[in-house]
Write a protein that binds this ligand. Structure first.
Ligand SMILES: NC(=O)c1ccc[n+]([C@@H]2O[C@H](COP(=O)([O-])OP(=O)(O)OC[C@H]3O[C@@H](n4cnc5c(N)ncnc54)[C@H](OP(=O)(O)O)[C@@H]3O)[C@@H](O)[C@H]2O)c1
Length: 263
């Protein structure tokens, strides 16, 4: 399927690992120019180097913490200098926080609020004029199924994910007259950075990745019997970002292997 991404200019926040990096790769393979950011310069360089070899100046790595307004503004300057504007923004940077209500203090609530909301708000604010100018701008927020189906061990993250989903809907309505679409994907369990770190910290070091994943799929009752891959999540992001989804805005696409329990 031709998604019509040739000549599009994209930014993927948190593009140095996992789902973000898979999204960067798919966008480049479909002909887009892609900026990617992360906080850790070494990790970003390691991710971008092979892509630059293959796609040259179409790849723009920028060190940036998306919670930092000045850093996001500097990133905007770099992207505009290199690409002259932006058509696609993928707000993907972040991670989940494990914790019940009882063990989440005020500082943790504030930190999580800062990450979940400002990782969307700051890049959107910085790039919205360019997305409007594009005439076919598109924003995709990488969110979690927790937004609709909270889990007792991720209380704070789930509550804020729900708020972000509400924000996505509001933005989709507000930006529609300027032809900027806003959508989200709602992820279940995708085997990328967060799960890799949990595998590495497993209680039984002799347990293979395959056995660990099978046990997790069983424990979480994943209907498709396995975790998703970063590429499977990225395909959904790229589709929603692309002209192939030109009449889709305000939507939430589940990428969860069928784990949701709501109709
Ligand atoms: N994997 C899942 O099962 C799952 C489920 C639900 C939601 N999600 C969400 O999907 C997104 C991608 O997760 P992933 O699984 O692909 O995790 P990952 O492999 O750990 O990737 C996270 C990326 O975000 C970057 N990042 C984190 N905080 C950042 C910040 N403040 N500013 C800029 N970049 C930042 C990381 O780079 P640096 O650390 O170098 O900054 C990295 O590139 C996250 O928002 C995550 O919460 C994932």
């Amino acid at each position: 399927m031709n998604l019509g991404l040739g000549g599009k200019r994209a930014l993927v926040t948190g593009g140095s690992s996992g789902i973000g990096l898979a999204t960067v790769r798919l966008l480049l393979e479909d002909g887009a120019q892609v900026a990617l950011c992360g906080r850790d310069a070494d990790r970003l360089d390691a991710a971008a180097a092979p892509l630059r070899e293959r796609f040259g100046d179409a790849v723009l790595p920028v060190v940036c913490d998306v919670r930092d307004e000045a850093a996001v503004s500097a990133m905007q300057g770099r992207v505009f200098d290199a690409f002259g504007g932006l058509d696609i923004l993928v707000a993907n940077a972040g991670q989940g926080r494990i914790g019940t209500f009882a063990d989440t203090d005020d500082a943790a609530w504030r930190d999580e609020f800062d990450l979940k909301f400002f990782s969307v708000i700051r890049p959107v604010r910085a790039f919205l004029p360019a997305l409007k100018e594009s005439g076919a701008g598109s924003i995709v927020a990488v969110n979690s199924l927790l937004a609709r189906q909270p889990e007792p061990h991720m209380v704070c993250t789930a509550a804020l994910r729900a708020g972000v989903q509400n924000l996505v809907k509001s933005m989709s309505i507000e930006f529609a007259p300027d032809r900027v679409r806003v959508n989200a994907i709602l992820l279940g369990l995708i085997y990328s950075g967060q799960w890799q770190r949990r595998y590495e910290a497993r209680s039984d070091p002799a347990q293979s990745l395959e056995d660990w994943m099978a046990a997790l799929a069983e424990e979480k009752q994943l209907p498709l019997g396995r975790l998703g891959t970063p590429e499977e999540a990225a395909s959904a992001v790229v589709y929603l970002a692309s002209p192939a989804a030109a009449y889709i805005s305000g939507a939430a696409l589940e990428v969860s292997g069928g784990i949701s329990r709501f109709a």
